[in-house]
Design a protein around this ligand. Structure first.
Ligand code: E4P
Length: 217
C-alpha cells in the first residue's frame, strides 16, 4: 500500500520523506490556507520533495472554472494530480480533464455510488473520507471495503485513496482491505514510530553491550 502525507507543511515532508516510506502527497484548500504564502509554490516544493503524485484541489465550484483551474494546476509540475470534489460539476470536470490525459483525484467521497460514478468517468483516484464518517458515528472503513469490492467486480483501474485518516489503526485496516493508498497526517505517521517495547528492547541491548565493553577494559 502506498503512503501519502496529507499536509501542506514542508517540514512534514522534510522529516518523513528521508525515511523512504512516502510515495506521494495530498493537499486541500484548508491545509494550504493554514500555511500562508503562495499555494502553488508550496505544491511545487512538495512535488520536488516527494517525487510522486501530489494532489492539488480546485476551488472553483462550476465545471468550466474547475476545468480551467485543473489545467492550470497541472502546469505546476508533472507530479500534480488535479483534485475535484464529487459534485455534478466535479464529474463534468473529471470527464474533460481525464479525457485530456490529466490524473484526477475525486475527493469528498462518502458513499459507494459516488466512488462508482467517479471510477466510471475515469478518476485516477477516489478519496473516501473515513475519519469524517467515523466522526458522525458511521463506519468509514466499511465504505472502503464496499468500494474495494465494487472496483474488483469491474476491474476499474481507479485507485482507492483512503483519506481523512485519524489514527494508525486506519492505516492497518486500509492495508488489510487492500486499499491502494492511505494518505495520513504527519502526526499519524509519527505515531507509528513509537512503540514502548522497541524503546525498552533497544535500551536493554545497548546496556548489555556496554557492560561487556566495560568488562573488557
Ligand atoms: C484528503 O485528501 C484530505 O486532504 C484529508 O484527508 C481530509 O482529512 P480531514 O477530514 O482530517 O480534514
Amino acid at each position: 500500500m502506498k503512503l501519502f502525507i496529507d499536509s501542506g507543511n514542508i517540514k512534514d515532508f522534510e522529516s518523513l520523506v528521508p525515511l523512504g516510506i512516502i510515495d506521494g502527497a495530498t493537499t486541500n484548500p484548508s491545509l494550504l490556507a493554514k500555511e500562508g504564502g503562495d499555494p502553488r509554490d508550496i505544491v511545487k516544493k512538495i512535488c520536488g520533495l516527494v517525487q510522486g503524485p501530489v494532489s492539488a484541489e480546485v476551488v472553483a465550484t462550476d465545471a468550466a472554472g474547475m476545468i480551467a483551474e485543473g489545467r492550470s494546476l497541472a502546469t505546476i509540475d508533472d507530479h500534480v494530480v488535479v483534485k475535484v470534489p464529487f459534485t455534478r460539476d466535479g464529474m463534468k470536470a473529471l470527464k474533460v480533464l481525464s479525457g485530456e490525459g490529466l490524473r484526477v483525484n475525486v475527493t469528498l467521497i462518502f458513499s459507494p455510488t459516488q466512488a462508482l460514478f467517479a471510477a466510471k468517468v475515469g478518476a485516477a483516484y477516489v478519496s473516501p473520507f473515513v475519519g469524517r464518517l467515523d466522526d458522525i458515528a458511521s463506519d468509514g472503513m466499511r465504505l472502503v471495503q464496499e468500494i474495494a469490492t465494487i472496483f474488483k467486480h469491474y476491474a476499474f483501474p481507479t485507485e482507492i485513496l483512503v483519506a481523512s485518516v485519524r489514527s494508525p489503526m486506519h492505516i492497518v485496516e486500509a492495508a488489510l482491505m487492500g486499499a491502494d493508498v492511505c494518505t495520513c497526517p504527519a502526526t499519524v505517521l509519527d505515531a507509528c514510530f513509537k512503540h514502548p517495547l522497541t524503546d525498552i528492547g533497544l535500551e536493554k541491548f545497548l546496556k548489555d553491550w556496554e557492560k561487556v565493553q566495560g568488562a573488557k577494559v
